[in-house]
Design a protein around this ligand. Structure first.
Ligand SMILES: Nc1nc2c(c(=O)[nH]1)N[C@H]1C(S)=C(S)[C@@H](COP(=O)(O)OP(=O)(O)OC[C@H]3O[C@@H](n4cnc5c(=O)[nH]c(N)nc54)[C@H](O)[C@@H]3O)O[C@H]1N2
Ligand SMILES: Nc1nc2c(c(=O)[nH]1)N[C@H]1C(S)=C(S)[C@@H](COP(=O)(O)OP(=O)(O)OC[C@H]3O[C@@H](n4cnc5c(=O)[nH]c(N)nc54)[C@H](O)[C@@H]3O)O[C@H]1N2
Ligand code: SF4
Ligand SMILES: [Mo]
Length: 728
């Protein structure tokens, strides 16, 4: 009998004969690969097809299945059509005019700030709006509303990479690019399932491998699709990558395989670092990280002896209590082997959301625009002058991270919340606690392209926002490439571009009237160009026209330059005051909730190729949803046999936080003591997760906690699962 995907109907491709009268250029709005897309528009002005752009350097005509069906989003179910308002949560919403919704929200922000202080109103945004929108939101949050409790969902996603890059190199900014695959002699991927999560980056890697063979090593506790295609798979014990990385460094230094010239000229802190890694002999560490001593030595030798070697990583590293340390450890490995800023030698974080880079660069979430810091007086003064406000209006250090904002609502420090393009009711750890937190808010406004997003259950006002190619502006991808998004269609119904919503909000505050809030993305981009002149993150040589014509340009590109820059740090000069990169000793602290007698399984979570995050979008695209319609978990067949659990039956998972019912998929992909659940479903894995926070990045360890498996009545379970699967 066939189960699962094999039983499903094949994908329905849009008919080749779908009548297209023009093709409009834009960029994909799901993941951070940054594929160029053309949307085919018919004579009635509807988006009817999508295709990859042949001349685009990133995807060279390819798209993954999310991109292929992206045009279906324009008319997908659940889109917001009209602003909505209600006095109390759980009352019925009433449709209202934009003026009413905006006036009410501005009045509530002012009321809460006057009564409880400026920081009692929090703003939580995203990695999924356009860069010009991010810059404008930052101006509104920092320069007008003036709350320091302003952050984004990138704290769930890229915060550890940001923090690790800053600690090692003195600045955020991934130093490498996809072209590095063409030059490298060895690649290690840590906690990244590239073929499913970044299919087109993976395709670029395969293209490089077809021309020239080089070893691929995948470090992941699961036998992912990437691990299956790799030359070596290292099934690391969850949460112990730092131990493995310290041990690789140990072997390299012990055997004299390091690049002494590079270390001497371009790094500081070698002695302390060498002292620490001396303690990480593979004989000892193999018992902690689960990789045998010979394999550790072999990988260390292979990496260090390659002319150029590169490391990539994603959430297996970032989402950990040692996320920031994991990133620093990867940077350490590349610094001691001289693999930074050279073709094929790099530390490349594979970014998550389509514009997670744009928010890091320009949104002012963690500081001020263009990689400026609130902690630096000059940066505060420069931006205040540019915006025309008093520098004293800015706080002198950053406020709470997203993962600390929710606990601050719980304890009553924060009373009002504006959510923009993020769905914490499904995406935050321990959602039962988040749900209770929402109940405490005096006022909540949700700004989302979909009105059926779970957070509207707790909002007082809903702003319907335009989506993806209904708006115009830029997004930055994994390799620092600034891409252009054209507004192929008008925003759906009476929804509005996020930029318009921010501008309208600014008009409702006195300080907002003093600052210029340009209407067009082009004028906003000009402000950003001006602010970037001569800086590390220089985009002054770019214009919207040039970006579109080149199918994306990589920063930095200074005014007058002919092209962007493929790599950072080619000259070995880093952003720390002494111009050197730091080698940082990393002690391992074993603080995860680990399997024990009561909760004997590791709970791991992540993604599948068909779905994007909380399914507000992909749950409505039939061609995607039908391949993965149900909350399920991967379980090892031997473990299942011991417990008498059958393939395709339902079970209840229980953790110290809560429970969830899922369908069982038996597979050798997971070890005996682990289950893996895609996090796309509401009321599922995040009812169970703990989410201990990284001390530097405040990113939650989504991938490590423990659960037990219980039997459940199959009939009752089917009802629960069907509800979570929520047929749209
Ligand atoms: N189809 C699809 N693509 C996406 C997304 C999506 O939702 N759907 N989301 C985008 C976003 S925002 C992001 S952040 C990326 C995420 O992209 P990835 O990080 O590649 O995806 P995940 O499945 O979250 O996690 C990757 C792997 O980390 C492993 N892992 C768990 N614990 C550990 C550990 O302790 N050490 C190591 N080394 N590995 C571990 C898991 O087993 C898993 O296979 O994908 C982006 N692309
Ligand atoms: N257990 C577990 N939990 C996880 C993870 C995990 O691996 N395991 N991964 C974490 C990671 S890496 C991430 S990035 C987060 C993602 O978590 P979220 O950001 O909370 O999830 P999304 O579903 O991407 O939410 C984005 C929202 O923005 C809306 N939207 C899309 N485009 C626009 C637009 O242009 N304007 C506006 N206003 N709205 C728009 C969408 O409809 C959607 O509701 O989840 C995190 N949670
Ligand atoms: S790989 Fe990412 S950017 Fe490219 S089409 Fe797929 S989802 Fe879009
Ligand atoms: Mo992410």
């Amino acid at each position: 009998m066939l189960f699962g995907r094999a039983q499903k109907n094949p994908i329905n491709l849009p008919g080749k004969d779908a009548e297209v009268v023009k093709w409009e250029y834009t960029t994909c709005g799901y993941c951070s690969t940054g594929c160029s897309i053309e949307v085919g528009v018919n004579s009635e002005g509807q988006g009817v097809r999508a295709r990859g752009v042949g001349g685009a350097d990133v995807n060279r005509g390819k798209l993954c299945l999310k991109g292929i069906f992206e045009h279906e989003l324009f008319t997908s179910a659940g889109r917001g059509e009209q602003p909505l308002m209600r006095e109390k949560t759980f009352d019925a919403y009433e449709p209202v005019s934009w003026d009413e919704a905006l006036d009410k929200t501005a009045a509530e922000i002012k009321r809460i700030q006057e009564k409880y202080g400026r920081d009692s109103f929090a703003i939580v945004s995203t990695g999924q709006i356009l860069t010009e929108e991010f810059y404008t939101l930052g101006k509104l949050a920092r320069g007008v509303i003036g709350t320091n409790n302003y952050d984004g969902n990138t704290t769930l996603c890229m915060a550890s990479a940001v923090s690790g890059y800053k600690r090692s190199f003195g600045s955020d900014g991934p130093p490498g690019c996809y072209d590095d695959f063409e030059h490298t002699d060895c690649l290690i991927a840590f906690g990244s399932n590239l073929p499913e999560q970044h299919p087109v980056i993976y395709w670029r890697l395969r293209q490089a491998l077809e021309k020239r063979k080089f070893p691929i090593i995948v470090v992941d506790p699961r036998v992912t699709m990437f691990a299956q295609y790799a030359d070596m798979h290292l099934p690391v014990t969850p949460g112990t990558d730092v131990v493995l990385l310290n041990s690789l460094a140990h072997v390299i230094l012990d055997e004299g395989l390091e690049d002494t010239t590079y270390i001497h000229s371009n790094t500081s802190g070698y002695d302390e670092f060498a002292k620490l890694v001396a303690q990480y002999d593979p004989v000892v560490t193999q018992k902690i990280c689960g990789i045998d001593e010979d394999t550790i030595r072999n990988v260390a030798r292979l990496y260090a002896k390659s002319n150029q070697a590169m490391s990539i990583w994603t959430m297996g590293i970032n989402q950990s209590t040692h996320g920031s340390d994991g990133v620093v450890a990867i940077n350490n490995l590349n610094l001691i082997t001289g693999n930074i800023g050279k073709k094929g030698g790099t530390s490349l974080s594979i970014t998550g959301q389509c514009n997670a880079m744009g928010t890091r660069e320009w949104s002012s979430c963690s500081g001020l625009p263009g990689y400026r810091a609130l902690e630096k007086e000059k940066d505060r003064v420069d931006i205040a002058k540019f915006w025309g406000i008093d520098p004293e209006f800015f706080p002198k250090q950053r406020g709470l991270f997203q993962t600390d904002i929710f606990p601050a609502i719980e304890t009553g420090q924060i009373k009002g919340l504006w959510l923009i393009a993020t769905n914490p009711m499904t995406s935050m750890p321990n959602t039962a606690r988040i749900r209770k937190t929402f109940e405490k808010l005096e006022f909540c406004v949700v700004q989302d392209a979909y009105q059926d997003v779970e957070t509207t259950e707790y909002a007082h006002v809903y702003f319907p926002a335009g989506l993806w190619a209904e708006k115009e502006g830029c997004m930055t991808n994994t390799e620092r490439r600034v891409n252009f998004i054209s507004n192929v269609l008008k925003p759906h119904a009476n929804s509005k571009p996020d930029l318009w919503i921010f501008n309208e909000m600014a008009k409702r505050f006195d300080q907002g009237k003093k600052i210029k809030f340009p209407d067009s993305a082009k004028e906003v981009f000009d402000e950003m160009r001006e602010l970037s002149k001569g800086r590390f993150l220089d985009i002054s040589g770019m214009t919207h026209e040039k970006i579109k014509a080149s199918r994306g340009i990589q920063w930095p590109m200074s005014d007058g330059a002919d092209s962007g820059s493929a790599r950072l740090y080619e000259d070995g000069k880093f952003q720390h005051a002494d111009g050197k990169a730091k080698l940082i000793p990393l002690n391992f602290i074993d603080n995860n909730e680990k399997p024990d007698e009561e909760y004997p399984f590791w709970l791991n979570s992540g993604r599948v190729v068909e779905h994007f995050h909380t399914r507000t979008r992909t749950g409505k695209i039939g061609n995607l949803n039908k391949f993965s319609p149900t909350p399920y978990m991967e379980m090892n067949p031997d473990a299942a046999q011991e417990l008498g659990v059958e393939h395709m039956s339902y079970v209840r998972l229980v953790s110290r936080r809560g429970d969830a019912v899922v369908l069982v998929q038996l597979t050798q992909r997971v070890p005996r003591n682990m289950v893996f659940i895609p996090f796309h479903f509401h009321e599922c894995v995040n009812r169970l997760s703990l989410g201990l926070l990284d001390p530097y990045s405040r990113q939650p360890a989504f991938k490590q906690c423990s659960v037990r498996i219980e039997n459940v009545s199959q009939q009752e379970a089917a009802a629960v699962v069907n509800k979570a699967a929520r047929a749209f």
